[in-house]
Design a protein around this ligand. Structure first.
Ligand SMILES: NC(=O)c1ccc[n+]([C@@H]2O[C@H](COP(=O)([O-])OP(=O)(O)OC[C@H]3O[C@@H](n4cnc5c(N)ncnc54)[C@H](OP(=O)(O)O)[C@@H]3O)[C@@H](O)[C@H]2O)c1
Length: 339
């Protein structure tokens, strides 16, 4: 295992993050406590230290399982990331959303479930489109000053809001957002439009969630195996199936598993990327950890890019047009070294 610095910080995290949304058997799927412990053991024994959870995963069971595990393991070894925003109580209007009130309440609850005095990385989970960004950044900064949180990060939020937040934090001397969590995989590339270029600009690490498309890109559904993705899911539509077939072909060429090809693609896109990989079985985490030894050839990268390509929309597609670049920049466009 190698380590990466998480965004513009000195925090060292393993190059793979363990997704723990499946810790707990609520909602009819997931790993029981013993299996979750074994998954964390396997991950940590391979050098993994970066765990991803949220207040709402399995109605709090994911955090509770991690909390119990940490009682018998070195808390300081692990980098525990959790999130606030989503409801964990339906009768209190302030028990959800991005407000300072919910942030403070949710963090206290998470600390209890995690049985710890501090959270390493606190993500805003999903943008609520209601709370002002300065309220969010100031609240996160206060939690950091109180020692309850070490680093601030953000997930599922429009790029312009994140850019505004980080610019404001820099001007105000507040802690900046160091990681950006987005759904990103061969079947979900739309963050390439605005979010990923924004993250690169601010030196944020991108932590792709569902890098296996929830398991689809492992090829198991093509083999007729079962998992939590329902047949009617968009993740199993014609486009996703076509992409998965190319992933499987390349895996066969390399003699590795399809999961390795899909994960490696998210790790080699020219920006700092630490995929958050979920697992509900020890065998899955054992297999996924081997991705660190896998390399894709330029031809294989190109095949994957081609089958999964998206329309960048405006202004991305407009800007890409040769005529626009060459005519509008006085012939200098290709003579300038790019950042
Ligand atoms: N910020 C957000 O809004 C957000 C949203 C979703 C997830 N997340 C985070 O991202 C993490 C990962 O997301 P995810 O679990 O949805 O997607 P994922 O990592 O793409 O898929 C994980 C699932 O794929 C299957 N799987 C994993 N390895 C496999 C292998 N080698 N062979 C066959 N199947 C395999 C398992 O599903 P089965 O159990 O069906 O076998 C596993 O639960 C979550 O745990 C969570 O921490 C964040």
């Amino acid at each position: 295992m190698n380590y990466k610095l998480l965004g513009r910080s000195g925090l060292k995290v393993s190059e793979l993050c363990l997704g723990t949304m499946g810790f707990g058997t609520e909602a009819g799927w997931g790993a029981d406590k013993e299996t979750s412990f074994a998954i964390m053991d396997t991950f940590a024994n391979a050098g993994g230290n970066f765990l991803d959870t949220a207040n709402v995963y399995k109605l709090g069971t994911s955090e509770k399982i991690i909390g119990e595990y940490l009682q018998n393991h070195d808390r300081n070894y692990f980098v525990v990331a959790t999130k606030y925003s989503l409801k964990d109580n339906t009768t209190n209007p302030n028990a959800s959303g991005n407000s300072r009130k919910n942030m403070m309440r949710s963090v206290e609850e998470s600390l209890k479930r995690l049985q710890t005095d501090f959270i390493d990385v606190l993500y805003l989970h999903i943008w609520d489109d209601l709370t002002p960004m300065d309220e969010v950044l100031r609240g996160l900064d206060d939690l950091i000053r109180q020692g309850k949180v070490n680093y601030a990060a953000i997930s599922d939020t429009p790029a312009w809001q994140v850019a505004k937040g980080n610019t404001m934090a820099e001007l105000m001397g507040w802690s900046q957002l160091i990681a950006l969590q987005v759904e990103y995989s061969l079947i979900q590339r739309t963050p390439e439009r605005e979010l990923i270029p924004m993250a690169k600009h601010f030196g944020m690490t991108v932590t792709p969630w569902a890098p296996l498309g929830g398991g689809v890109l492992s090829g198991k559904y093509l083999r007729g195996e079962q998992g939590r993705i329902k047949p009617e899911s968009k993740r199993l539509d014609d486009r996703s199936v076509a992409i998965t077939k190319v992933v499987v072909d390349i895996a066969e060429e390399l003699g590795v598993s399809a999961s390795h090809v899909a994960l490696q693609w998210t790790r080699s896109q020219g920006f700092s990327s630490i995929p958050i990989v979920g697992a509900t079985k020890v065998s899955q985490v054992e297999e996924n950890l081997k991705v660190i030894d896998v390399t894709l050839t330029p031809e294989q990268q190109q095949k994957l890019d081609e089958v999964s390509k998206i329309d960048l929309g405006f202004p991305g597609e407009f800007f890409k047009e040769e005529g626009v670049k060459m005519n509008s920049f006085g012939g200098f466009y290709d003579r300038v070294e790019k950042r």
